[in-house]
Design a protein around this ligand. Sequence first.
Ligand code: MLT
Length: 203
Amino acid sequence: MKHYFQKGKDASKPVLLLLHGTGGNEHSLLQIAEMIDPDASVLSVRGNVLEHGMPRFFKRLSEGVFDLDDLELRTKELNDFLNNASVEYGFDRQNIVAVGYSNGANIAGSLLFYFEEALKGVVLFHPMVPRRDLDIPSMDQLPVFIGAGVNDPLIKMAETEELKEILEQNGATVTLFWENYGHQLTEAEVMNAAKWYQENFRK
Ligand code: MLT
């Protein structure tokens, strides 16, 4: 997959896996990684699917309606990519914290739904429930941060609560931060995600 890797100052830190929203690319979230942990390595990936020229991580049939076959294929493709990237760049595959926004948050969520221990932690900005028809692996105490908007036109508050519940039922420890805006990512969300990261990974 097309990507950007930058080795961090401190190799013991988690590798921040950046997953952009629809129409973004591997450069879109770099500033956010800097705000979360300026010393961590960064692996920022571009989605392999194009929708009217806009990169995404998997196909959709319409807004909010996912192509589940493609979601499965692309989730496995991303997981394989992470396995290979850890060998190529020499980092610990078990030490990845994903940071995804919108479509990127949805594939990050999907990684958790398919693969046990795919991630050490995850920041989901404006995620949906990736799918509802799987037996989900255990996420024993996996730290998850969700940032969501009370007026998000794409994601109802109930869907955010549903995702939190699914993750918690499978053992994850979820911190949910509500922002008063819509689908856009705000500075307050990023600052709260940075605080959550500090509490969980910089102790
Ligand atoms: C998706 O397709 O993943 C969601 O609708 C969010 C987005 O617009 O990318």
